[in-house]
Design a protein around this ligand. Structure first.
Ligand SMILES: Nc1ncnc2c1ncn2[C@@H]1O[C@H](COP(=O)(O)OP(=O)(O)O)[C@@H](O)[C@H]1O
Ligand SMILES: [Mg+2]
Length: 253
């Protein structure tokens, strides 16, 4: 199988206005139809990198950014780029599910409606998203109940479904299962395995164990630096760098 670099990070450095250098000269390819894992101890710059890929950092104070990020070969920081369109192509799921204070159905219709979708297509997108997020069977008979009536694990899959209704190409997930029980975690992980057939998945896992379970490709970050990256099967069994080995064997972090 040949790998298609969907997102290319080129010599990216990001420094926040308080002087924190969160990423230093990071170059990395993220592949289509793969689960790309970014892992390492807290403070390594993983969330900063995810936010850079759909320009959520625009909303925080990034004092300085150097380098480029290409999506399908095009610079996402180009001056004429449509940021709203970019965020539709690059969806994001956060650690804490934040359903809107409305029904399950309304949560799913909301994004597509903003994008101009009307009529029966809204329910079609809702069902497709719920199926892809592996939660359809649990909610199909209660779509008009408040989203807040769902369990934490269901809310997280609802948020994943909501992202999917916009039919993105890349899905960024920042510790999406950090608050979930093992059964909900397994459901999210298995839906990622399905989703990777059609999408580019980029995930910051909540543990090394999860990183090793899901990674097709893995990148290890330490204090703003990319230490190494490559196929998960190699990185988690025969890492090239001592610091990666120390981390995955639990010697620090
Ligand atoms: N909005 C911000 N303003 C200033 N510093 C930040 C901001 N967000 C993150 N940082 C700093 O950048 C570094 C990397 O953080 P982060 O990207 O959240 O790492 P990770 O997700 O790997 O834990 C940390 O030192 C963190 O304190
Ligand atoms: Mg983080």
């Amino acid at each position: 199988m040949s790998l298609e670099a969907k997102v290319q990070i080129k010599s990216l450095s990001i420094r926040y206005s308080d002087g924190t250098e969160s990423l230093r000269d990071v170059s990395l390819d993220l592949y289509a139809r793969q689960i790309n894992v970014l892992f390492g101890p807290a403070g390594g710059g993983k969330s900063t990198l995810l936010r850079a890929i759909n320009r959520l950092n625009d909303l925080v104070e990034v004092a300085e950014r150097r380098g480029e990020i290409l999506l399908d070969g095009k610079d996402i920081y180009a001056p004429d780029l449509d940021v709203v369109a970019l965020r539709r192509r690059v969806g994001m799921v956060f650690a804490r599910p934040v359903p809107l204070p409305m029904t399950i159905r309304q949560n799913l219709h909301y994004g597509p409606q903003l994008a101009g979708v009307r009529g029966t297509r809204l329910d079609e997108l809702a069902e497709k998203g719920l199926r892809q997020a592996a939660i359809w069977d649990e909610v199909k008979d209660r779509l008009d109940e408040p989203a807040s009536s769902l369990s934490g694990g269901q809310q997280q899959r609802l948020c994943l479904a909501r992202t999917l209704t916009l039919e993105p190409e890349v899905i960024l997930l920042d510790e999406p299962t950090s608050g979930l029980d093992p059964i909900s975690t397994a459901k999210v992980e298995s839906s990622l395995q399905q989703l990777k057939e059609a999408y580019t998945i980029v995930i910051v896992p909540h543990s090394v164990q999860q990183a090793a379970r899901v990674a097709d490709q893995a990148a290890f970050f330490l204090q703003g630096e990319l230490i190494e990256y490559g196929p998960g099967a190699k990185l988690f069994t025969r890492p090239s760098d001592q610091r990666t080995e120390d981390y995955i064997t639990g010697r620090f972090g």
